[in-house]
Design a protein around this ligand. Structure first.
Ligand code: BG6
Ligand code: MG
Length: 223
């Protein structure tokens, strides 16, 4: 087991990295889009990953065949409706829903004395972590409700590093969303993306799935 010369922390996105809630977000948005008669594809859904609930709704409404003019109140009601659908789905989550390789990867990081953070744009993040029984994985979970800006702004990753007492230049961020990789790079961190290579031209490394996360491999590129 090698140790890193400089790595101080690994900061994870939650939805689509720790567990496959990205799929549940998609299903809930798809159900809402169907109710509204708006076409919504998996491909378009990529634009919503990492994006806040209300901004995701605006992107979805932008797909309507003819422009919808909704009041602020109507928008909030639709966002709440999507969240209700999403919350029903995440009630079923168990520790078995940790994505492949995640428990081993995090155990390896912790064993080497490197800190672990969670930087999720989701207001449901703590609930999901509890369902996964993964509270002890993270030295810090950033509370997104206390932030001014959401991804792709780097604030969430910068905040996680600060709370961990880590220098951003000595952190790795792990994401499944293009907006999340923007946030990591904006924070001047090393960006690992999980997903299709073509979606992440700005990442330092792209892996097809979480089972490929190996600290020794990442350190070879990072150090
Ligand atoms: C991000 C997801 O983690 O959280 C987005 O990638 C989601 O899809 C965002 O819109 C906000 O989540 P929530 O649970 O607060 O609606
Ligand atoms: Mg994500």
């Amino acid at each position: 087991m090698s140790t890193s010369n400089s790595l101080q922390a690994v900061i994870f996105d939650l939805d689509g990295v720790i567990t496959d809630t990205a799929e549940y977000h998609y299903q809930a948005w798809k159900a809402l889009a169907d109710e509204l008669g708006i076409s919504f594809s998996r491909e378009f859904n990529e634009n919503l990953k990492g994006v806040s609930r209300i901004d995701s709704l605006k992107l979805l409404l932008g797909q309507a065949a003819s422009p919808l003019s909704l009041t602020e109140e109507e928008m909030v009601r639709l966002a709440d409706r999507k969240n209700g659908l999403y919350q029903k789905l995440i009630e079923q989550i168990t520790p078995a829903d940790l994505l492949p390789g995640i428990p081993e990867f995090i155990a390896d990081i912790r064993q080497r004395g490197i800190k672990v953070g969670l930087a999720s744009a989701s207001k449901n993040a703590q609930f999901v972590v509890n369902r996964l029984e993964a509270e002890d994985y993270f030295d810090v979970i950033v509370d997104v409700t206390k932030l001014k800006r959401n991804k792709p702004d780097p604030e969430i990753f910068v905040t996680a590093a600060a709370l961990l007492g880590a220098d951003p230049g000595k952190c790795i961020g792990v994401e499944d969303a293009a907006s999340g990789v923007d946030a990591i790079k904006g924070a001047k961190m090393f960006a690992v993306a999980v997903g299709r290579e073509a979606l992440f031209p700005h990442a330092d490394i792209v892996l097809p799935d979480t089972s490929r996360l190996r600290l020794d491999d990442l350190l070879r590129h990072f150090d």
